[in-house]
Design a protein around this ligand. Sequence first.
Ligand code: FAD
Ligand code: NAD
Length: 467
Amino acid sequence: MEKFDLVVIGSGPGGYVAAIRAAQLGYKTAIIEKYETLGGTCTNVGCIPTKALLDSTHHYVDVLTKFKKQGIEIQGVHLNFKQMYQRKQEVVQKTTQGLTFLMQKNGITTFFGTASFTSNTSITVTTSAGEVTSITAAKFIIATGSKPATLPGIHLDKKRIISSTEALALAEQPTSLLIIGGGVIGVEMASIFNRMGTKVTILEYASTLLPAMDKELGKTLHNILKKDNIDIRLEQRVYHVDTIGNQALVKFRDKEEQEQQLEADYVLMAVGRRPFTTGLGLEHTDVTLDAKGFILTNAQLQTAAPTIYAIGDVIGGAMLAHKAEEEAVFVVETLNGQKPHMQYNHIPSVVYTWPEVASVGATEQELIDKNIPYNVGKFPFSANARARASMDTAGFAKVLVDPKYGEVLGVHLIGARAADLIAQAVVALEYEVTAQDMYSISYAHPTFSEVFKDAYRLAVGQPSLTI
Ligand code: FAD
Ligand code: NAD
C-alpha cells in the first residue's frame, strides 16, 4: 500500500498545477493519469494542438491574401497537410515531455493507470496491462476533466461523425466539413479547416455565434467568417446525423421550420462537453453529482466527502484551462491554511479565430438583466495605426463602465491580438481600476493596445484623441 499526503487524479491543467503547487508546499504528492502522456485534454487534444493548427493555417492564409499587397511575391504556395499535422504533434509532444520533467523536478510520483476510489481515503490504480496498485492519502483532488458531448440520438462513431479529438487526428484534409455548434470549438475548428480550403458549414442552434459571450462579438465574428467563405446558418435545429457510405448526412429544421439536409465528408459535433467521472468509483465515496453529472463542491471546492476536493471541467463553470489552474492553486493553498481567493467573474475567455475574440467581466446583457446602469466606450481597430500597418483593421474594443465612479465592469474585444490584450482588462477588473485611470496611463505607440485608451475615454464622455 502506497501512502501520500495528497493524490491528484487527472493530469490536465487542473491536475498538474495542483500537484506542482502541493509539492512546492512540501506535501508528499502523487498524480495519476489514465492516458500515456501527461497534460489532459488541453495539452493533448485541446488548447495546444488547436492553437498550433490555427497558427499554421493563419500563416498560410496570410501568404495567400496579404503578402502580395505587402510586396512579397511567392510562387507555387501549397499546403502540406501531413507536415502541418506533424508539427502540431511535435508541439504537443514537447509540451507533454515538459510536464514529465516538471513532475520529476518537483519530486511528484506519477502513476499511469485508471484511478478508482475504494473509500473516501483510498484508491486503486489499474494500468492498461491490468496491474493494480493500492494507494491511501490524507487528501484527494479529482481533476478528471470532460469529454465531448453529443445530441440525443446522435452517436459519435469517431469515423465520419467526429468530435474535436478526431478532427485533430485526421489522416488527410477533408473536402467538406459540417460543424454542429457555433461555440468556441465550432468557430476555431471552422477557421482551421476553412483556411486550408475545406468547404466548411456551421449549423448553430442559437441566434448568434458564440452565444455565451457579449452578443456584439458573435455578430461581428459572423460577418468576418462569412466574408472568409464559411457558410454559417443560425437558428438551426439538428435532429439526425447518420453516415451514408463515405459521407455524413445531417438533417435539420431551419429558421422557417423547413426540413433541410446536408452531406459532408465529416460532421464535427461541437455542442459542448460533459463531465468525466466514468470508472472513478465514486459510488464507494460520499461524493455527490448534480443532474448533469458534474461533481458538487462547496465554496472551498470540497466535495461531500471531506477528504476529497474537485477542480476544473469536472465541476462545471467555464471549461477553461486557466480556470482549472486557478482552482488547483486555490484548493492546495486552502489545504495549506492560506487564504487564496477565486474571482470567477474575472476569468477571461479567449477565442483564437482571426481576429481573436476576448472577454472579461459582465456582458451588456448581464448588466441589463441585473438593472445595473453602465456606459459604453467603443473604439474600432480600423482607427488604430498599428492595425492599419499590419492590415488587421477588423473588430473593436468595447468597455462597459459604471456611470458614477467609472469602475470597469466588462471588457469585450474582437481584433488582432485580443487574446493578449485582454490581460490588461483583467487587472482593471480585479483591482477595481476606473476608466479614468485606464486612459490616463501611457500606451506605447503604435500598438494594438491603444484601442483601450480611446475606448475608456469615450466611456466617460471624453473625446477620442484619435478619431
Ligand atoms: P482535462 O484537461 O480534461 O484532464 C483530465 C485528465 O484526467 C485527462 O488526462 C484524463 O485522461 C484523466 N482522467 C480521467 N479519469 C481518470 C481516472 N479515473 N484516472 C486517471 N486519470 C483520469 N481551454 C482554454 O483555456 N484555452 C483553450 O485554448 C482551449 N482550447 C480547447 C480546444 C479544444 C479542442 C478543447 C476540447 C478544449 C479546449 N479548452 C481550452 C478547454 C480545456 O482543454 C479544458 O478546460 C481543460 O483541459 C480542463 O482541464 P482539467 O484539468 O479540468 O481536465
Ligand atoms: P460551447 O458551449 O462553447 O458551444 C456549443 C455550441 O453548440 C453553442 O453555441 C450551442 O448553442 C450550440 N448547440 C447546442 N445544441 C445545438 C444543436 N442542437 N444544434 C446546433 N447547435 C447547438 O461548447 P464547445 O464549443 O463544444 O466547447 C466545449 C468547451 O471547451 C467550452 O466550454 C469551451 O470553453 C472549451 N473550449 C475553450 C476554448 C478556448 O478557450 N479558446 C477552445 C475550445 C474549447
